[in-house]
Ligand binder design. Structure first.
Ligand code: NAP
Length: 261
């Protein structure tokens, strides 16, 4: 499917599926474009979200039919899916809804992390698989996969967990668990101090990518600790870029090729 009509921004309506730093950066760029209407969309999961500039809507659309209806009602001319790499359902919904509504879709997704010499990574496909490998690796675990994904580790009674999240966890927790509420970015120095202080011997993280939360990987390397890395779910969008500048060019020029991808 070709990108949005490149004949000027006037009258164009772009839905920007967000909840990430990249989506906020892109919204800030696009609201400056005269005649372009940009609507950022958030799921509404967090109580005090960092809001993008410009027009924002909050809450689910009601699956693929709801998203199709939204796109048609607003005569949307393009969708940029800049959601988190692990927000697989909304990304799959965007692919299906844009195909049905015949609206061009771009996926903006930051690259995953790449191992360098000294890293001890154990890639797994799910939180359940991470929970299966942990008992053979560690006694004291730093869990950084978010407050919503604690249940797979709740039965691991022989392990101690440090769980760091932005908001308090709501699901089942392991019996021995300290909750640390904190929002990144984090420095390598602070991560090393935290790992040492809690005598951590393994880290669990999703392959979120990006610089904001990468310090824990450097800290783990410096301390020689294993990292259980949960691989990304795969959602194939028709066009994809990895940075906000390319996404902005796609919106303005109408093609990922012109956007330099
Ligand atoms: P998800 O599992 O892919 O989506 C679940 C449902 O939430 C979707 O079906 C949709 O509801 C709604 N939804 C998700 N993102 C939305 C958005 N940007 N605008 C409107 N509705 C949205 O999503 P998730 O993993 O729970 O993530 C939710 C949000 O948090 C996303 O915006 C994502 O960018 C952000 N986030 C996620 C993670 C993560 O690790 N998953 C990390 C950081 C930030 P309907 O079907 O009703 O439309």
């Amino acid at each position: 499917m070709p990108g949005p009509d490149a004949s000027g921004a006037a009258g164009r309506v772009v839905l920007l599926l967000g909840g990430t730093a990249e989506a906020r950066v892109l919204a800030a760029r696009l609201v400056e474009v005269p005649g372009l209407r940009v609507v950022s969309s958030l799921a509404g999961r967090t109580g005090a979200p960092v809001l993008p500039v410009g027009e924002t809507r909050v809450g689910g659309f009601g699956g693929v039919p709801g998203l199709v209806a939204w796109l048609r009602a607003r005569a949307a001319t393009a969708v940029v899916d800049a959601t988190h790499p692990f927000a697989a359902r909304i990304s799959a919904n965007a692919v299906a809804a844009c195909a049905e509504a015949d609206v061009p879709l771009l996926r903006l997704q930051r690259p995953g992390w790449t191992a360098v010499p000294g890293d001890r990574w154990y890639p797994v496909d799910s939180a359940d698989e991470a929970a299966r490998v942990l008992p053979g690796l560690a006694r004291r675990v730093f869990l950084t996969t978010g407050r919503l994904e604690t249940a797979p580790y709740a039965h691991l009674d022989d392990l101690w967990f440090l769980l760091r999240s932005v908001e308090p966890p709501t699901g089942a927790l392991p019996r021995a668990c300290e909750v640390l509420l904190s929002r990144g970015p984090f420095t390598v120095e602070n991560e090393i101090a935290l790992l040492r202080d809690r005598r951590i011997d393994a880290i669990v993280t999703k392959d979120s990518g990006g610089a904001l939360t990468a310090a824990k990987l450097t800290a783990a390397r410096e301390l020689g600790l294993p990292v259980v890395l949960i691989r990304r779910p795969e959602v194939r969008a028709p066009e994809q870029v990895t940075d906000t500048a390319a996404a902005a060019r796609w919106v303005l020029t109408g093609s990922a090729a012109a956007a330099g991808t």
